[in-house]
Design a protein around this ligand. Structure first.
Ligand code: NAP
Length: 488
């Protein structure tokens, strides 16, 4: 098969309609919107554009399926997740190609995301069997305390474009395990991976109405009627802090349970006792994974003053060697940014830093031609007031600043409204623990550049969010605790 035919085949294999109550259907207004390849700017296909009525219909279907789904055997829920885990693994080549076409990252990175996404189904297939409660004698010995955990009920998921499959499985996995039904609105820039995942779940035996998917070009207007509906029990959102704030405000009216996985501004700290080779490897992953378009991306490097110049130069050498291009091409490591808005924002942050005295050690520019490419960039000597140290970059730009004491490093790391993740490189155990205790983040990569792991609680503090996905904590987000006072 030629490359163009192979690409067309994977795009054609995806349903282009809404999934509501087990049926694939056109949007009620008959409208469609285009899905674009960010490497070329060309349209890949058109898909159904849901209306607020479709969103209500999706919630109706989730509500109608809830009671029966909650009563399903945990074994059955676990097996559906396990079968889908296997399908994701077996079909990772085609799913990765599809993801690269709509999101841009290199196929090898898309494959890594499919593997990561699948891990949440493996993990939660086991969790379905571990939902427990307890029974105990009350202090006065006269009554008994019986505690049971039950599914929260119908959930609404809104997810971003940067990890189109994994941001879905992190929510769908625990919801299926717990016995909750769902409405999912994926990002309009990357809906195909979501539709492909919904089809795999359907093929694995997920009953009609348990997962409903609405794709839309007007997220606010389809989300509002779902969030304001008193039958909805939970909203789980992954995306920017700005939108998260609005959704929390909307959810307040119905006192809705919320999980919020929001933006980050991850500091990457390198102390003078660090293994600099290991720090460099960690930096490459923390900065360049997903083209720097990850909430966990290292947003700013704070390096002990004696090492700062050497580190910036060595990082620039590595980043400057990376092959930039369409993610489907052999050897490409850095794909395009998601769209022109994102590229303009990255360019603006670089210009601002250079205007305030930073120096581009490598890169610094957009690439001419089709697609939204930006050069891997290292900025040295970045001053404190540069916007690039304060705002989420979401691109392949590494600002390097220096510090002269441990206290100064911790203070700089915490000087942000965000608190998702931090990276710390040091060989001194006592310092490592002191710094980890001092950092105001939900996660820390200690001498490693990646924290994502289905078996660990992912999430942030401060403006980076509320709640955790994955780990032992993950399923609790989908369970209510009910206490029965028993009179013996
Ligand atoms: P975004 O603009 O906040 O969009 C995220 C999702 O929200 C999309 O599906 C979007 O729909 C939808 N949305 C936007 N406005 C809405 C509204 N008024 N009502 C309801 N839904 C609305 O974020 P993004 O640019 O896609 O993603 C990047 C952000 O996500 C970054 O800040 C990143 O840090 C964060 N993120 C966080 C995590 C985490 O786990 N903490 C993981 C990944 C990403 P449209 O597609 O139609 O705009």
């Amino acid at each position: 098969m030629s490359i163009a035919t192979e690409e067309q085949t994977v795009v054609d294999s995806v349903p282009k309609e809404l999934l509501i109550g087990g049926g694939w259907r056109e949007a009620s207004g008959g409208e469609h919107f285009a899905v674009e390849d960010p490497a070329t700017g060309e349209t890949l296909c058109e898909i159904a554009d849901a209306t607020p009525d479709d969103a209500r219909a999706a919630l109706d279907a989730a509500v109608a399926a809830q009671a029966e789904w909650a009563a399903t055997a945990p074994n059955e829920r676990g097996e559906i997740l396990w079968r889908t885990f296997e399908a994701l693994r077996d079909r990772s080549d085609e799913l990765a190609l599809l993801m690269t076409l709509e999101m841009g990252k290199a196929v090898a990175e898309s494959k890594a995301e499919i593997a990561y996404a699948a891990e949440f189904f493996r993990w939660f297939s086991g969790e379905a069997l571990r939902i427990d409660g307890y029974y105990k004698t009350a202090g006065n010995a006269q009554s008994r305390v019986l505690v049971m955990r039950q599914p929260v009920g119908p959930c609404f998921f809104i997810t971003p474009w940067n990890f189109p499959t994994a941001m879905g499985t992190r929510k769908i996995g625990p919801a299926i395990a717990a016995g909750c039904t769902m409405v999912w609105k994926p990002a309009q820039l990357t809906p195909l991976s979501a539709l492909a995942l919904a089809k795999l779940l359907e093929e694995a035996g997920l009953p009609p109405g348990v997962l409903n998917v609405i794709t839309s070009s007007s997220s606010g207007s389809v989300a509002e009627p779902v969030i304001s509906d008193p039958r909805l029990r939970k909203l789980s959102f992954t995306g920017s802090t700005e939108v998260g704030r609005k959704l929390i405000a909307q959810s307040a009216e119905g006192v809705l349970r919320v999980s919020m996985e929001l933006g980050g501004n991850a500091p990457f700290l390198i102390f003078d006792d660090a293994d600099i080779d290991a720090a460099l490897e960690g930096a490459m992953i923390a900065k360049m994974r997903n083209i720097g378009e990850a909430c966990t991306s290292a947003n700013r490097f704070h390096v002990a003053a004696p090492l700062a110049d050497e580190f910036a130069e060595r990082l620039a050498e590595r980043m400057g060697e990376m092959k930039v291009g369409r993610g489907t091409e052999e050897g490409v490591e850095v794909g395009p940014l998601i769209d022109e808005n994102q590229r303009s924002k990255v360019a603006e942050l670089v210009e601002d830093a250079i205007g305030k005295g930073a120096k581009a050690v490598v890169g610094g520019n957009r690439l001419d031609g089709a697609g939204y490419f930006f050069e891997p960039t290292v900025l040295g000597g970045v001053p404190d007031d540069a916007r690039v140290l304060r705002e989420e970059i979401f691109g392949p730009v590494a600002p390097v600043a220096s510090f002269s004491s441990e206290e100064e490093a911790i203070a700089a790391a915490n000087d942000t409204e965000y608190g998702l993740v931090a990276y710390v490189f040091t060989r001194d155990l006592r310092r490592a623990l002191r710094v980890c205790e001092g950092l105001e983040t939900g996660m820390i990569g200690l001498n490693q550049g990646m924290v994502s792991n289905a078996g660990a609680p992912f999430g942030g503090v401060k403006a980076s969010g509320i709640g955790r996905e994955g780990g032992n904590e993950g399923i609790a987000e989908y369970l209510e605790t009910k206490y029965v006072a028993v009179n013996l």
